[in-house]
Design a protein around this ligand. Structure first.
Ligand code: SAH
Ligand code: SF4
Length: 386
């Protein structure tokens, strides 16, 4: 018998390496199952989970090779099946005021943004929950972006990790000490409606809040929703972070236009739900976000109606000067108007901080985030047709 010489032209093409599963965003149980599936003995699995969490979330290691308390063979096994890499930072823009905007490129080329806002005694990271948003609030740039998908828990956690990488927050290798914390607060106020991506947001926040995870206290995390009523109570029970509501109008007629989800769950339904919110207390007040739009929702009568509507709800009112974007149909209220509005709210006993617009020169302010994903897709389509 002659040895068969394979004809290279008919050899099966080598399959591209199977995409390795990301371990970021896996809860302890899911991680345990993933380890057992690659042959980790069950009796060791809990210990391995604890070791991996520590390397990933407390030390920020990006490569299994650096996990020095794991046997070399196990590290190789992990590297063959899994990854702890972050999405690529396609662009980092730094504003004159120190705000940093990260544009992250995800696996299929879609993009999403996160923004770090440094302040005197704290630093807030604003993260996204979706690519684009299915809702279309008329004053919000993200709402004009058509292309949408939910971010995975991995992609949500990865935004925090990318910012920690950039801000050099991880402890020095070998140091027993915590690194310097520059991200003290987290807000889910970037792109997307977090309560329309409930499970992934919850799983990601459970890792962020975990003492053996990224360890940011639930009281320093604020989830902002446009008012997805059926998920609000669930957020209190299953996530337990602070809540902000994009309120923006005191009449259904106006809110129907500004925040169209109001047509589904109107002001009364929303407020009734908030009154029943499980975590409601003076220590954990609900933030009512109110974007100040010239001549639309900024009158004295609006301010008075607002305090009447929310009476009895432990709350603070965050006035957000409108941040314009190219082609936006509204104007920002004058400072004088904003101050007059704030005074009425203040006199009624509510704290009413006016949010200073940050990072405007790099289009990083509230409601200005809109990735190029849609444009990319259009140009890709054009190329395909050519
Ligand atoms: N989808 C969620 C969270 C993201 S938006 C929500 O709507 O709550 C975060 C905040 O920025 C919301 O209060 C939103 O209403 C506000 N916002 C959106 N566009 C804005 C703009 N152009 N100027 C100022 N605030 C804006
Ligand atoms: Fe979506 Fe929030 Fe923008 Fe409305 S304000 S379109 S819910 S991101």
């Amino acid at each position: 018998m002659t040895a068969l010489t394979p004809d290279p032209s008919v050899l099966p093409r080598v399959a591209p390496p199977a995409a390795r599963q990301s371990l970021l965003g896996l809860g302890r149980e899911a991680l345990r199952e993933a380890l057992i599936a690659i042959g980790t003995p069950e009796r060791q699995a809990n210990m391995r989970v604890a070791q991996l969490w520590s390397w990933i979330y407390q030390k920020g290691v990006q490569d299994f090779g650096a996990m020095t308390n794991l046997a070399k063979g196990f590290r190789e096994e992990l590297a063959a099946h899994f990854t702890v890499e972050r999405p690529e930072v396609a662009a980092l823009q730094v504003s004159q005021d120190g705000t940093r905007k990260y544009l992250l490129r995800l696996v299929e080329g879609h993009e999403v943004e996160a923004v770090y806002i440094p302040d005197e005694n704290r630093g807030t990271l604003c993260i996204s929950s979706q690519i684009g948003c299915t809702l279309n609030c008329t004053f919000c740039h993200t709402g004009t972006q058509k292309l949408v998908r939910n971010l995975t828990a991995a992609e949500i956690v990865a935004q925090v990790m990318v910012a920690r990488d950039d801000l050099e927050e991880w402890p020095e290798p070998g140091s027993p000490h915590e690194g310097r914390r520059r991200i003290t607060n987290l807000v889910l106020m970037g792109m997307g409606e977090p309560l329309y991506n409930f499970e992934n947001v919850r799983d990601a926040m459970n890792i962020v809040m975990d003492n053996e995870g990224i360890s940011i206290s639930r009281r320093r995390i604020t989830l902002s929703t446009s008012g997805v009523v059926p998920e609000i109570v669930r957020a209190g029970e299953e996530i337990g972070c602070l809540l902000a509501i994009s309120f923006h109008a005191t009449l259904d007629e106006t809110r129907d236009t500004l925040v169209p989800i109001n047509k589904k769950w109107n002001i009364k339904t929303l407020l009734d739900t908030l009154r029943a919110y499980p975590r409601l207390s003076n220590a954990e007040r609900i933030t009512f976000e109110y974007v100040m739009l010239k001549g639309v929702n900024d009158s004295d009568a609006d301010a008075r109606r607002l305090v009447r509507l929310i009476a009895g709800i432990p709350a603070k009112i965050n006035l957000i000067p409108f941040n314009p974007w190219p082609g936006s149909p509204y104007e920002r209220s004058s400072w004088q108007r904003i101050e007059a509005f704030a005074e009425i709210v203040n006199n009624a006993g509510y704290a009413s901080p006016v949010r200073t617009p940050r990072g405007e020169d790099i289009m990083a302010a509230c409601g200005q985030l809109k990735s190029a994903s849609q444009k990319l897709r259009k140009s890709a389509l054009k190329r395909g047709q050519a």
